[in-house]
Design a protein around this ligand. Structure first.
Ligand code: DGJ
Length: 693
């Protein structure tokens, strides 16, 4: 039974972990335990009922409440802040009832005076060792209630204050840098105020006791299933209680909850492992692959000419690239930006989603047919949320963009953001993109978003203006979700100028993520490692391009083969020798991609460690096959020797490792340091195979 009630409250058990909370003597819903699963139900500690601490902090300040509101003598970060119609901004929620339905636990709470009902949802994912949480707020009265903050969860660490927080920072072209820092008394805030997830921080946390590594140590980790403004507030209280608040960003947020209405926040997903950051990532990878609605199959090797041609696309030149790509073994040809009405550069066209008559006088069909005849699928780039002022759409509907009435409309890349909170805007996009997908044999869409919000207004909306942050994202989900439902054979890629929209909310719609516009091999090693904290390799689109061209083609291929392989180089510049090499690596990739895309990933040596070496290994789920990639960037000679120990093999089974003599047990390979001689900017790939006997 994943959920067990007992006299002390409730215990939520996954295969290896448990999470417990209950009502304390003061009637507060308090956290009890989060860690390894224990043998007996009475092993879990009882609900704490802390004492007062002088007149300045009473028990409320010291209680690890599951979902604290603003009330009492209490100054910790609350999950909930509301304003009632009479101006009261104090929420006193008390337990009402609970329901267990399989893997779901609902805890109902009711304000002691006001008509506010709160339901805390807990969903256990036993086989994935994860717990999901989100609240629903319901106004049961006859006057509006304003919600000013509604986090998804407050996750409590065992009492103590010596924790370390891992998170990721970045910017365009430089995403997913892992940071590890001690958590000290106070609040550490990570957030996005950009209406989307952002390149700058990722909605991800991993907390350990200061000494976990890739293979060992307790790690509590989690994320938010949401693609808009988000916030993580990691607090260490004055009483050595460490908690991670996660949810919708309350910066500039408000929601008017009218009588009879409910508001449900996005969900937070969290887990616990004993075996370090690597195990935390693999737990999340399994969840993404098995629980988010991705296509079952393997992702195809694609070609995209963006970095080769930029906006200069037309039927003939694209066909020329397609012919070369097909000869290399590419399976999916994607036409990027530049194909639609009036799009000669980044100054015009966005919003007018039909083929440009000059570039494609006969529409897209002849090109798609050519691509299909070459044996490849066809994919297309779109940026649905955007509009250029120089477009038919903007000329017809200047009021459709996000803006304030008496302020300038600040452009980014010459574009404004369509207000996808509006139903008419959503309907326009659904209609035009549906036509595009219905009239053309398109099986892949790259959905881009190349700027973040400014002047976040919605003048014609009569409700609470600050709802736009949430309603916009819901609008994106509706447009994308409707199209995905109508065109179930399309594979979707989430892109936002690289990795600006990488999150589990978008992965409910997208199959893949474009990780970064930085496609340089050495930069990618680092970026890909950060990305892998949260996302599995099958979601990681990775191109071989002409960036960092001093790197060998082999090195560039090896880096991109660590994800879902693509090519973005100017193929017309590749000589026959380079094409032959590309053909060879694509063939190798096709043979090993099930291991990479569907297997377990082990980060053997960090590219972000600054030492100049990196290694990553993938192991098939049945442990019969594995593949090791190792890289050296630049290290002044004499460089220290580079050794790795393999991971994830079956200890008793016997394996061969390419480049090393003999067959040995998995246990042996995992305890012998393998010396990998690599020169500057060298890389190697080694296949590992189980052998009989
Ligand atoms: C940003 C993306 O990240 C690029 O790959 C490319 O699609 C451009 N936008 C097109 O404008």
């Amino acid at each position: 039974m994943p959920i067990q009630p007992n006299p002390d409250g409730w215990v939520l058990e996954t295969e290896h972990t448990a999470y417990a909370f209950g009502l304390n003597a003061a009637g507060l819903l308090a956290h009890r335990y989060w860690g390894v699963r224990l043998p007996y139900i009475d092993d879990y500690p009882p609900t704490p009922a802390p004492p007062n601490w002088a007149s300045f902090n009473n028990a409320a300040q010291l209680t690890p409440e599951e979902y604290p509101g603003v009330n009492d003598i209490k100054y910790i970060e609350p999950c909930l802040k509301v304003a009632f119609a009479d101006g009261t901004r104090d929420t006193v929620l008390r337990f009402d009832s609970s329901e267990i339905d399989g893997e779901n636990l609902l805890i109902h709470l009711q304000d002691t005076h006001y008509p506010l009902h709160l339901t805390l949802h807990y969903r256990v994912h036993p086989e994935h060792d994860l717990i999901e949480r989100f609240p629903t707020l319901t106004n049961t009265g006859d006057q509006p209630i304003t919600i000013e903050r509604a986090f998804s969860a407050q996750w409590h660490l065992p009492i103590g204050d010596r924790y370390r927080l891992s998170h990721m920072t970045g910017r365009w072209f430089d995403e997913f840098n892992i940071q590890r820092e001690p958590l000290v008394q106070g609040v550490k805030v990570l957030e996005s105020r950009r209406i989307t997830t952002s390149h700058h921080h990722s909605p991800w946390f991993a907390v350990d006791r200061g000494h976990a590594d890739e293979d060992s140590g307790e790690v509590w980790f989690g994320t938010l299933i949401w693609s808009g403004n988000w916030k993580i507030a990691a607090e260490v209280t004055d009483f050595a209680s460490t908690r991670i608040n996660i949810g919708l960003n309350d910066w500039d947020f408000a929601w008017r909850l009218n009588p009879g209405e409910s508001f449900t926040t996005p969900a937070s997903l969290a887990g616990y492992v004993l075996e370090g950051f690597g195990a935390a990532s693999r737990t999340l990878h399994n969840y993404v692959r098995e629980r988010l609605p991705h296509r079952d199959g393997l992702h195809k090797v694609l070609y995209n000419s963006w970095e080769a041609t930029f906006f200069d696309v037309d039927a003939d030149s694209q066909a020329q690239f397609a012919e070369i790509a097909a000869g290399l073994g590419v399976e999916l040809f994607v036409m990027d930006d530049g194909w639609f009405h009036g799009r000669a550069n980044d100054q015009a066209g966005l919003g007018d989603w039909w083929p440009d008559a000059k570039k494609f006088p006969n529409g897209l069909t002849p090109l798609i047919q050519r691509v299909n005849d070459l044996g490849m699928d066809f994919g297309l780039w779109v940026e649905p949320e955007m509009v250029n002022p120089n477009s038919d759409l903007y000329r017809q509907h200047p009021d459709w963009v996000i803006h304030f009435e008496n302020r300038q409309r600040t452009e980014g890349r010459n574009q404004l953001i369509l207000n996808l909170a509006r139903a008419d805007v959503q309907d326009y996009l659904i209609a035009h993109l549906d036509t595009l997908l219905s009239q053309n044999n398109i099986t892949f869409i790259k959905w881009d978003m190349n700027r973040n919000v400014s002047e976040a207004g919605w003048p014609s909306y009569e409700g609470e203006q600050r709802e736009i942050w949430v309603r916009y994202v819901e609008g994106v989900y509706r447009v994308w979700g409707t199209l995905a439902q109508r065109h179930p054979n399309v594979i979707w890629q989430s892109c936002s100028g690289g990795g600006g929209r990488a999150d589990y909310g978008i992965l409910r719609l997208a199959d893949q993520i474009w990780v970064s516009d930085n496609t340089g091999g050495t930069a990618r090693l680092r970026i890909q490692e950060g990305f892998s904290q949260l996302f599995p390799a099958n979601t990681m689109e990775a191109w071989v391009t002409d960036m960092e061209k001093h790197l060998s083609l082999t090195f560039r291929f090896h880096v991109s083969m660590c994800g879902s392989l693509g090519i973005g180089a100017n193929l017309t510049h590749w000589n026959e020798q380079e094409r032959e090499e590309a053909r060879r690596w694509i063939t190798v990739y096709k043979a090993i991609r099930p291991i990479i895309q569907q297997g377990d990933q082990y980060r053997l040596h960090s590219a972000q460690g600054g030492e100049g070496y990196a290694a990553v290994q993938y192991v098939s789920k049945d442990q019969r096959e594995s593949v090791l990639f190792a890289f050296r960037t630049h290290i002044p000679d004499p460089a220290p020797p580079f050794t790795v120990r393999l991971r994830g093999l079956s200890p008793q089974a016997r394996y061969t490792v390419e480049g090393f003599d003999g067959a040995r047990s998995g246990l042996a390979w995992m305890h012998i340091d393998l010396l990998l001689p690599l020169g500057n900017f060298d890389s190697t790939i080694r296949r590992i195979r189980q052998v009989e006997g």
